[in-house]
Design a protein. Structure first.
Length: 94
């Protein structure tokens, strides 16, 4: 099962508004200001997850912070930049 499939299933299971918030998941979202990230980040935050989201533009850091995420500037085409951002976020793995 891919990480995206597992995350989608996890979010679907939590879609019930009577479900208690879960705070045990640290999530790293590359492209937090992109088409999927803009929808995914607020959902994860609303469910109590600690989210670190990236953008390639410093001017968009505020957008991510308003969504409730820890915001990081990252060049998605630079392996070192991606590795540093991911390591600093300490996301859940598995």
């Amino acid at each position: 099962m891919s990480h995206l499939t597992a995350l989608s299933r996890h979010l679907s299971e939590e879609a019930n508004p009577d479900t208690e918030k879960v705070t045990d998941m640290r999530v790293f979202v590359a492209g937090g200001t992109g088409a999927i990230g803009q929808r995914l980040v607020p959902q994860l935050v609303a469910r109590g997850h600690q989210v670190t989201a990236t953008t390639s533009r410093p001017a968009k850091l505020g957008v991510l912070e308003k969504m409730g995420a820890d915001a990081v500037v990252m060049d998605g085409l630079d392996e070192a930049s991606v590795g540093e951002a991911e390591a600093a976020a300490k996301p859940e793995t598995g």
